[in-house]
Design a protein around this ligand. Structure first.
Ligand code: HEM
Length: 516
């Protein structure tokens, strides 16, 4: 049969193709323009201003103007305007609370601690969400681990995971941390003895923290530990160093190669971790191991010793990845920035060395005495103020949140700019950009004029679960290093703090390392 001279099959084919194209076009128009514009109007009615977005990219174009490592700055300068120039310029026109758009996703930017206080008073820890857009994009890294978990699942996981960082467990990890870090120190000693005085300390500290977290998380210290570390780092670079369009509906299809490669790497890592966990379960001695995986496996046993599935295999894999990503780079960077600031402030370097002599002396480094390294803690607090390794905190409103006469609509993503708050002269005074650890001498909040203006580890019930592990590792590594070496700035160092998930020196940190 024929219609206007065309066969029925051809007519059907043309109709289906036209129908599908029309459907695709309507979907694109809706997702790229209609829906975000409706949300924009709603947010305006709620009272929020901000830079004008142009959909479907939102404000991505302005944000992409800064590429990783594109600005070299003076060592004493404010870094806010270089790591996120768009935020610092939007702050000037829209204040410290405004809406900006990552593709079709609205983000409420907050660098005002009083607004944050009022807002967080309205929300229980378990009712905070995590931006869906990041949960999907970062799935190969974190899966649905604690960083991304929400609601009852977050409560039950946090309940089991938090005790894994208790002083008893951290104490049990101390000798492992000393062993790994001593290997790094020995490596530096041989390099220095062979005449190489310039060392890229960032690279070394990252490798050391990677080894420590692989051992602390899953007891891995052989080639398998290195394999996980390398794969995870490649994955991180794939996700954060490439030009992608996160937040733009169907943005994945613009960079399909990276998306596929990240997914493939994520699957390989999952398979690898799966086999490690399976080995541990089969070996039947998982209970005896006090690493983080051992503690999670222990939680899977009821008091009768019968398996009671608290964590599924998938959940165990996700939590192990989360420990890894959450735990190695942040800690390594807090040490990296510390060595930079100590190289610039020899007086503080000497003060810490003297404190180590007084507190540790010739004794073996021991978990219990770490608490007495008070000046070291002050230095750490000041370092993570000036260079917060996690430079922002992200949440999502899962219900409407009222703050004074404003309403943050359900589904709005929220972005807390820690660099912005930690460098704000209105909160810290005119010396906000100076390294002054004495701020923290008698005040855990460093003299900040608002109790929520200093948040290197986040806030409320979702505050960083691993911070005590960091404090322990930080003090061990720094004690070992300062007891052996003096650090000085290298003429080759280019100061370019930049954000690639964490806040890091874009060109590494070469330092002159002298034996004492
Ligand atoms: C200098 C070191 C570290 C810094 C600056 C840091 C910073 C942060 C920040 C800002 C958050 C978000 C908190 C919030 O939403 O309010 C966080 C959460 C988290 N961190 Fe850390 N962190 C560090 C070390 C670690 C370590 C060593 C681990 C694990 C081994 C870890 C695991 C986590 C986890 C699992 C979460 C999610 C907690 C939750 O949502 O309940 N972090 N961290």
């Amino acid at each position: 049969m024929e219609i206007l001279g065309l066969s029925v099959a051809l007519v059907a084919f043309i109709s289906i193709t036209l129908g599908l194209s029309l459907y695709l076009l309507i979907t694109l128009v809706y997702c790229w323009w209609i829906s975000p514009n409706q949300r924009l109007q709603k947010l305006k009615r709620c009272g929020f201003g901000g830079p004008t977005p142009s959909f479907p990219l939102g404000n991505i174009k302005e944000m992409k103007k800064t590429s990783f490592g594109s600005s070299i700055v003076d060592l004493t300068q404010d870094i806010h305007s270089t790591v996120s120039p768009y935020f610092s310029s939007w702050q000037k026109s829209h204040g410290k609370v405004f809406i900006y758009w990552v593709g079709a996703e609205p983000f409420l930017y907050i660098a005002d601690p009083e607004f944050l206080r009022k807002m967080s008073a309205e929300v229980l820890a378990k009712t905070w969400g995590k931006p869906d857009v990041f949960r999907k994009d970062r799935h190969p890294m974190f899966g649905n681990g604690l960083v991304m978990a929400e609601g009852d699942k977050w409560i039950s996981h946090r309940h089991v995971i938090a005790p894994a960082f208790s002083p008893v467990n951290l104490k049990a990890m101390t000798s492992m941390m000393i062993e790994s870090s001593s290997k790094m120190v020995d490596r530096w000693v041989s390099q220095v003895n062979s005449g190489t005085h310039e060392i890229d300390v960032e690279k070394e500290l990252i490798a050391n923290a990677g080894e420590i977290i692989a051992r602390a998380s899953f007891g891995l210290q052989d080639e398998r530990g290195k394999t996980v570390f390398e794969k995870l780092r490649t994955l991180q670079a794939k996700l954060f160093m490439t030009n992608r369009y996160v937040g733009v509906p169907f943005g994945k299809f613009f960079c399909i190669k990276n998306t596929i490669e990240a997914k493939k790497l994520g699957d390989e890592i999952d398979k690898f971790l799966f086999s490690i966990i399976k080995d541990r379960m089969d070996s039947n001695n998982e209970k005896s191991k006090k690493d983080l995986l051992g503690l999670l496996l222990e939680a899977n046993h009821s008091s009768e010793g019968k398996l009671e599935k608290t964590f599924s295999m998938r959940e165990l894999v996700d939590e192990c990845k989360t420990f890894f990503f959450g735990g190695y780079e942040t800690t390594a960077l807090s040490l990296t920035w510390t060595l930079l600031l100590l190289a610039m402030n020899q007086n503080w370097q000497d003060q810490l060395r003297n404190e180590i002599k007084e507190v540790v002396g010739d004794a073996e480094l021991d978990f219990n005495i770490l608490n007495d390294l008070k000046k070291m803690k002050m230095v750490m607090n000041e370092v993570v103020r000036l260079y917060p390794p996690s430079p922002n905190v992200q949440r999502q409103a899962t219900e409407d949140i009222k703050v004074d006469n404003l309403t943050i609509p359900k589904g709005t993503n929220i972005w807390f700019d820690l660099v912005g708050m930690h460098r704000d002269k209105a909160l810290w005074g005119s010396d906000a950009n100076e390294f002054r650890p004495e701020r923290f001498m008698d005040d855990a909040n460093g003299g900040c004029k608002h109790k929520m203006g200093y948040l290197p580890f986040g806030f409320g019930g979702r505050m960083c679960v691993g911070r005590n592990l960091t404090f322990t590792e930080y003090k061990i590594v720094l004690t070992l290093l300062l007891s052996k070496f003096r650090f000085k700035l290298s003429p080759g160092y280019r100061h370019s703090p930049a954000i690639m998930l964490s806040l890091r020196p874009a060109f590494g940190l070469p330092l002159i390392v002298e034996p004492l």
